[in-house]
Structure formats: structure tokens, C-alpha cells
Ligand binder design. Structure first.
Ligand code: OGA
Ligand code: MN
Length: 294
């Protein structure tokens, strides 16, 4: 009789990013060799889903800690009370209060890029996925920041070399508040409870793979240091359009129990808001602190 534990399978998508792992049971403690395989798949494919992996908040936090130090989100009302490193993303309201963030990921972004040390990895676990008549809604889209860098013209690469840009949580807050109306518009004074801008290089080197990545995003990046506002706005607009080109994209269609992991240096992501209540979506997330971009 064959008593070997069945080996899990990793299948990669066509294109620069995306892979799927099946046959892996996270309820069994992971040995280091298996974890190393998962981590190296993440750096190879940038977006990796482990299927059939519904976690409790403590389980999600515990698996996430294998990647490093979990971050506690500045938006305290959307974090899980007992396990504050778990953050809720949902369109559900309970007792008149939103369960987590209702407008997460509406613009292209890289998680927590408003901090000096942004997230290196995000883990997002699907508890409820909106479906109707066999159709699944609320896909998450990813853009390969590596392929986007590679495709920049030599002229543009030269122009961007050494430039830094401001990434702002406060900027994002009011931009979302005005556009979607799902969070209150805050005064300058109220915004001060959130972190100030972080300046990051526009062309970033991946700390593990050494690949160059384009590191500006529509959601948070609002000013290139040292340029006139009009020049900065125009250049940023060009870069945001470039990143969203179809050849760099991968689209994740969710299944309940998916544990999706992504590399926030190698990709940016964006939610799809193509559903509303009574279709429910409930996700739990952990982000892991990365290094200061260079
Ligand atoms: C996130 C995020 C997008 C989505 O979890 O960081 O941006 O589709 N989510 O929920
Ligand atoms: Mn995000």
C-alpha cells in the first residue's frame, strides 16, 4: 500500500503572473520544505491561490506569520477584535455597522504602500463569494509590475531613474470618500490620525528576485518629488495607464475557501465592484511587513 502523503500540485497560468495550488491541507502543520515550496511559488508567479483552504482568523494569522511579521491596519474599525492582524473586507453590514472595509481595492494599488515599509505579501481568504445563476462576481484583477517595467521605453526608464513619489493614505481616504461615498470625507485635522505620505522610488528593485518593478499606483501615488504639479500629474497618468494594459493582467475568479497570496512588489491589484446586496462578499486578510523599497 502506498502510504506517502499525496503531493500537492502547482499549476501556473498563461502570462506573466498567476498560479494555483491544489491538494494542500493547511490543517496539517506545514514542514519547512513544504512552506519553502509555497514561498518560492509565490516569488515565481507573484499571485498564487491555495484552493479549499477556509481558515478561522487565528489560523489565517498563524499561516501568515510563516511569511514574516503581520501588520495591524491603521483602520482599526475593520480589524478583527481578537486577532487584530486580520482585516475584514466585505459589503455586509451587521447591526447597522459595516463589517470591515466596504470600498477596499477600488483603485489599482499595492497594499500599505503609504508606509515606509509596505506589505511584502498579502493573504486574502474568501469566506463568502457573490454568485448568482452560476455567475461569480467580485473578481480581483492583478497587474504585473515587473512586465510593466520591462515594457517601458528606454527613454522613460532613464527619465524615471532616481525619481521618488509620494504615496498617501490621507490622499486615498478623501479620494474614495468623494468618489464612492462609502466613508466620510475627513478634514485635514481628522486625517492627521492616519500616517503621513511615504516617499518611494518609482522604479523599485524586488528584494528577493532582483527584478525591476514599476512602483506607483493610482490609489495612493499623487506626487512625483521635484517635478511641477502639471508634469507630475501627466507622468503619473501615463504610468497608471501603462500598468493597466491587458498584456500585464491576470484576473482571479474567487471560490469559497480560496487563500490567495500575492507579492505586493511584483504586482498591483484592483477589486471589481460589479455586485451589491443581497449578494454578499466576505473576505479576511493579513498583510506581512516588507522591507523599505530601494
Ligand atoms: C485587498 C484588496 C481587493 C478585493 O484585500 O487588499 O485590495 O477584490 N482586495 O477584495
Ligand atoms: Mn489591497
Amino acid at each position: 500500500m502506498d502510504t506517502t502523503v499525496p503531493k500537492f500540485a502547482i499549476r501556473s497560468e498563461n502570462g506573466p503572473i498567476g498560479a494555483e495550488i491544489t491538494g494542500l491541507d493547511l490543517a496539517i502543520p506545514l514542514d519547512d520544505a513544504t512552506f519553502d515550496e509555497i514561498e518560492s511559488a509565490l516569488y515565481r508567479h507573484a499571485v498564487v491561490v491555495i484552493r479549499d483552504c477556509l481558515q478561522t482568523p487565528p489560523q489565517l494569522a498563524s499561516f501568515s506569520r510563516r511569511f514574516g511579521t503581520p501588520q495591524i491596519n491603521v483602520r482599526a474599525e475593520a480589524t478583527n477584535a481578537e486577532t487584530p492582524e486580520v482585516f475584514w473586507i466585505s459589503n455586509i453590514t451587521k447591526d447597522g455597522q459595516p463589517v470591515g472595509s466596504h470600498d477596499a481595492g477600488r483603485y489599482w494599488h499595492s497594499d500599505l504602500c503609504y508606509l515606509d515599509a509596505p506589505s511584502k505579501v498579502t493573504l486574502l481568504n474568501a469566506i463568502e463569494v457573490p454568485t448568482r445563476d452560476g455567475m461569480v462576481f467580485g473578481d480581483t484583477r492583478f497587474a504585473a509590475a515587473t512586465a510593466a517595467y520591462d515594457a517601458l521605453s528606454d527613454d522613460l526608464k532613464r527619465r524615471l531613474e532616481g525619481l521618488r513619489a509620494a504615496n498617501g493614505y490621507r490622499y486615498m481616504w478623501n479620494k474614495k470618500a468623494h468618489e464612492f461615498g462609502l466613508r466620510p470625507v475627513l478634514s485635514e485635522e481628522e486625517l492627521e490620525r492616519y500616517p503621513p505620505d511615504a516617499l518611494h522610488p518609482i522604479l523599485r528593485t524586488h528584494p528577493v528576485t532582483g527584478q525591476k518593478c514599476l512602483f506607483v499606483c493610482e490609489g495612493y501615488t499623487h506626487r512625483i518629488e521635484g517635478l511641477e504639479a502639471s508634469e507630475s500629474d501627466e507622468l503619473l497618468r501615463t504610468l497608471f495607464e501603462h500598468l493597466a494594459k491587458p498584456e500585464f493582467l491576470y484576473r482571479h475568479k474567487w471560490q469559497v475557501g480560496d487563500l490567495l497570496m500575492w507579492d505586493n512588489c511584483a504586482v498591483q491589484h484592483k477589486a471589481t465592484s460589479d455586485f451589491e446586496l443581497p449578494l454578499r462578499r466576505l473576505m479576511q486578510r493579513c498583510t506581512i511587513e516588507g522591507t523599505v523599497p530601494f
